[in-house]
Design a protein around this ligand. Structure first.
Ligand SMILES: O=C(O)CCC(=O)C(=O)O
Ligand SMILES: [Fe+2]
Length: 321
């Protein structure tokens, strides 16, 4: 998606100059005719190209999307809080979910919620799980709650997989406790920032670790770079949070998180321990830029206002099922 949108950008800005230059050159060489004739021949092509470029430009303008790239938070910065309010979509039922659905929408980035040590511990945890699996393509997930883990071109249940292979379960009670403590800190921060009671916010599924690389996608599950709206993609989400476990431009290149706003693309550059959270409706369409080298780790932890969509905190009970 990134590359697609970027190529649109080229079409609408630099393409006219580029195309005309190519035409001048290739046209006269190929035709083997005089410069005047070449100009006459190339004119209709140039007109056609100008037309195509204008249509693409108008289409972009009509879609209300711009190619401008604004850095919302840089990797090197340490931010206590950076917030942006955006007008809410109509995706929320404020009557049914009074006191929880957002009356004010937006996005917030905080660096003080999770320590580097905690983030590093989570990387070890996900790495040890994925050593038993991992996607053949560029995106692997591990869902602590359901046990779903990418393996090859599909998924296995990590808990039953280890049991079947008579291997020790790799997560301890302390690992689950750490996950729950972090989840509670994020839930508190979301509740404070959006002016709601944290008791009304429930953890919902899927909640998963992700590992992204530049490996060629083998299935649709590897294509993490498409613009999407979490409320549409996952159904139950009201508030999405992302905890970054590694650093953009240090541990990997590419892989920035991008809000695809009407006036610009706004990037959040991942940093170890950085938490980014936002309302999950269509006011916050987003995608992850393709990773170009290295490995990107993150955790998606999301919340719903719908009690029926609540899940319990993952615990070692998962092994017993
Ligand atoms: O990892 C990220 O930065 C974003 C992931 C995402 O968009 C999602 O889990 O829905
Ligand atoms: Fe998302």
């Amino acid at each position: 998606m990134v590359s697609k949108r970027k190529s649109h950008g080229l079409d609408s800005t630099s393409a006219p100059t580029k195309s005309n230059a190519t035409l001048d050159h290739a046209g006269s060489e190929k035709c083997g005719i005089s410069r005047n004739d070449t100009l006459a021949l190339c004119k209709p092509i140039a007109i056609r190209l100008t037309f195509i470029v204008s249509v693409v430009g108008i289409a972009l303008w009509c879609s209300g999307r711009s190619e401008e790239l604004i850095t919302f938070v840089k990797q090197q910065e340490v931010v206590i809080k950076r917030a942006q309010t955006v007008p809410c979509s109509k995706d929320y039922d404020l009557t049914l979910y009074k006191g929880c659905a957002p009356k004010r929408c937006g996005r917030v980035v905080m660096d003080g919620l999770v320590t580097s040590k905690e983030a590093e511990h989570l990387v070890e945890l996900v790495e040890s799980a994925l050593s038993y699996g991992g996607s053949t393509g560029g995106a692997s997930i591990l869902d602590l709650h359901s046990g779903a883990m990418s393996k090859g071109n599909g998924f296995v249940n990590i808990y039953s997989y280890l049991k079947k292979k008579k291997l020790d379960q790799i997560f301890t009670d302390d690992d689950f406790l750490l996950y729950t403590q972090i989840k509670n800190r994020i839930r508190q921060a979301i509740a404070t920032e959006f002016g709601i009671l944290q008791e009304n916010l429930y953890l919902t599924k899927p909640t998963f670790f992700s590992r992204m690389t530049n490996a060629t996608a083998k299935t649709i599950h590897d294509e993490y770079w498409h613009v999407h709206v979490d409320k549409e993609t996952y159904g139950s989400f009201f508030y999405t949070s992302l905890l970054y476990l590694t650093n953009h431009n240090i541990d990997y290149t590419g892989g920035r998180f991008i809000f695809n706003d009407a006036d610009a693309n706004r990037t959040v550059e991942p940093r170890t321990g950085r938490v980014s959270f936002f309302t999950s409706g269509s006011e916050n369409p987003h995608f992850v830029e393709k990773v170009t080298s290295g490995t990107r780790y993150a955790v998606t932890v999301s919340f719903t206002c719908d009690k029926d969509q609540a899940i319990r905190d993952p615990t070692s009970e998962a092994f017993q099922d």
